[in-house]
Design a protein around this ligand. Structure first.
Ligand code: HEM
Length: 158
């Protein structure tokens, strides 16, 4: 059983899980505000990411604006999928496994998380509250942990 499922499975009541129903709503509603400015958001994200760790640049070989669109649409799918974990978990696990072939390592997930939170904060302005920050942090940690856990099962052939 994956991290996401096991965490959610621990408690019988949904609101007692690591991501409460309220947090799911905060994340979904705040993402909806950023979605219309997805392209700018992607730009902010990559600028911040490469500022935090310039060594990540060479990992991104395809067109960065295409890459930004993929990242935002995947995030949208994940955010909307929080209500339907049975479907979301294998999708996120597969994504994590593919990231091994992009030379993504465990330690990179923290940097990406920091860049993502920075981007959301910039995009949301006054709508960025402590509760929203906490909800996004929780969701990112759960997604990243699910990806890393799946990635760890992949045999790397170099
Ligand atoms: C919640 C976390 C993440 C999400 C939702 C996400 C999403 C995506 C998506 C949708 C793609 C397109 C390709 C595919 O679907 O396989 C992709 C590719 C990629 N991601 Fe991520 N990613 C995440 C974390 C990371 C992290 C931590 C890194 C580390 C730097 C990273 C680096 C890359 C790279 C290098 C590619 C391939 C780029 C290329 O081919 O030019 N991602 N990611």
């Amino acid at each position: 059983m994956g991290f996401l499922k096991s965490l959610f499975g621990k408690k019988t009541k949904k609101e007692d899980g690591p991501i409460s129903q309220k947090q799911i709503e905060l994340v979904q509603n705040s993402f909806a505000l950023v979605a219309p400015i997805a392209e700018q958001a992607a730009g902010i994200f990559y600028n911040k990411l490469f500022e935090l760790d310039p060594s990540l640049k060479p990992l991104f070989t395809s067109d960065i604006s295409e890459q930004g669109k993929k990242l935002m649409s995947m995030l949208a799918a994940a955010v909307n999928g929080l209500n339907n974990l049975t479907t979301l978990v294998p999708v996120v696990q597969d994504l994590g496994k593919r990231h091994v072939s992009y030379h993504v390592e465990e330690k990179h997930y923290d940097t990406v998380g920091e860049a993502l939170l920075f981007t959301l904060k910039a995009g949301l302005g006054d709508e960025w509250t402590e509760d929203v920050e906490e909800a996004w942090t929780t969701v990112y940690v759960v997604l990243a942990t699910t990806m890393k856990e799946a990635a760890a099962t992949v045999e790397v052939v170099e």
